[in-house]
Design a protein around this ligand. Structure first.
Ligand SMILES: *Cc1c(COP(=O)(O)O)cnc(C)c1O
Length: 415
């Protein structure tokens, strides 16, 4: 895995060069589209610092990245400058992080992991109806109970049926026996086509499903399925820490990935990434999108090019080597916490390749949970777990403070 680190001035030069290739509302005769720059009574285009602020300059120029730009030349051509940068972002994610061969994938900068997950469900639903004349009741979505709620949300929107699988309580991963039982039951009930979501890290536990166990079973059952990997949380950390994992495009069982830019990557909200093997996006082509050159294949329609430019800037400000080091630092802070929890005999769950620690709620007082803004597994029932996410702002000093509070609470409990 490799991509280059650039200096601030190289990044600036590239962004302004790409912006200059876009159609410019201020200098060109553009009277055909319902689009313009940001309101200049609020966003001054002549603020002197803008020449050193490539992201803000992009935001103000307001390029629309509507459509999907990996599909080829028949695309919107007003903003090809910054759309090139989006293609470079998709290339890094698909080819470097997820080992795709060039020209074998499509992708776009979505509004977040939610959109990317729903896009995947939408594509596979339409794939089964188009290719196998499947009726909606013959299609089901399989996901674990620890899966992000965007999957049930998508199932609801797309009028699909969901099959929720329990997790193994030790590993918090899809329980393979229950999976087998529920798939067989679904087959008996006339379900023939399966959309399978596998988590490359759940939000609550940082657990990673055993994809090989899942696909070995599905392949042995010889059923029709399409598999999506939800890497919204884990995508920018897990593959950088675990060097021999099975979550990549060389794994033929996988068709698509979701990633979030607004979590580990620290991009502004509204930034996700959807990646999929070539020749699958066509199942969600909206032919009625007549005013969009090249049609639309996304859920969101118009979207800000500034998000894609921001991703490009973040990826190239660090480069892959420095990004890996940055993630390793989070991992070593997380490991430090776990060692101390072990020493205090506090029960917790942690995947060694992720920066989430989920602590059994018995060891946490309400005061500690409140003081450190720990997130419970539920806001409506009995709390079983609280989680810590070691994000970049979680410095050693906060960790030490937290651990000493935990230690005090432990000793009070033992008295
Ligand atoms: C955050 C997250 C999502 C998507 O959530 P957004 O709010 O749309 O970014 C999906 N799956 C997982 C595992 C997540 O952690």
């Amino acid at each position: 895995m490799y991509w280059e680190k650039y200096s601030h001035s190289q990044i600036k030069a590239k962004v302004f060069e790409c912006l200059s290739k876009n159609t410019n509302y201020r200098t060109e005769a553009i009277i055909g589209i319902p689009a313009t720059y940001l309101d200049s009574s609020i966003f001054y285009e002549d603020a002197p610092f803008l020449k050193d602020a490539p992201f803000l300059s992009t935001l103000i120029a307001n390029p629309n990245h509507i459509g999907v730009h990996t599909l080829g030349s028949e695309q919107e051509d007003f903003f090809t400058g910054t759309q090139e940068m989006e293609k470079e972002v998709i290339k890094i994610c698909a080819e470097e992080i997820f080992k795709a061969e060039p020209q074998t994938y499509d992708g776009y900068v979505a509004s977040g992991g939610t959109e990317a997950n729903i896009e995947a469900l939408w594509i596979y639903r339409n794939y089964f109806t188009a290719e196998f004349k499947a009726n909606i009741r013959q299609i089901a979505v399989i996901y674990s109970e620890d899966t992000h709620y965007s999957i049930p949300k998508g199932i609801d929107l797309l009028n699909l049926q969901g099959i929720e699988i329990a997790v193994n309580l030790q590993s918090r991963t899809i329980d393979i026996h229950e999976l087998e039982q529920k798939v067989n039951q679904a087959l008996a009930n006339g379900v023939n086509y399966f959309i399978v979501n596998v988590n490359m890290s759940t939000t609550m536990f940082g657990s990673v499903d055993d994809i090989d166990a899942v696909t070995d079973l599905l392949n042995a059952l010889n059923i029709h399925y399409k598999l999506h990997v939800d890497a919204a949380f884990g995508g920018f950390i897990y593959p950088f820490i675990h060097t021999h994992h099975p979550f990549h495009f060389k794994n033929e069982n996988i068709s698509s990935f979701s990633l979030d830019g607004h979590k580990m990557l620290q991009a502004p909200y509204g930034t996700g990434i959807f990646l999929i093997r070539k020749h699958l996006l066509k199942y969600v082509c909206t032919n009625e999108a007549n005013y969009v050159k090249g049609k639309d294949f996304t859920l969101c329609g118009s979207r800000s090019g500034a998000n894609a430019v921001c991703l490009w800037m973040i990826l190239h400000t660090h480069g892959s080597v420095e990004w890996t080091q940055k993630m390793q630092q989070l991992i070593s802070r997380t490991s430090f916490i776990c060692q101390r929890l072990d020493a205090l005999q506090i029960r917790h769950f942690r995947n060694p390749y992720l920066n989430i620690v989920t602590i059994n709620a018995n060891y946490i007082s309400e005061r500690i949970a409140e003081k450190f803004h720990l997130v419970p597994d539920t806001h409506t029932g009995v709390v079983n777990y609280y989680k810590i996410v070691v994000m970049p702002h979680v410095e050693q000093a906060i960790i030490n403070d937290f651990l000493s509070e935990l230690e005090k609470y432990q000793s009070i409990k033992l008295m």
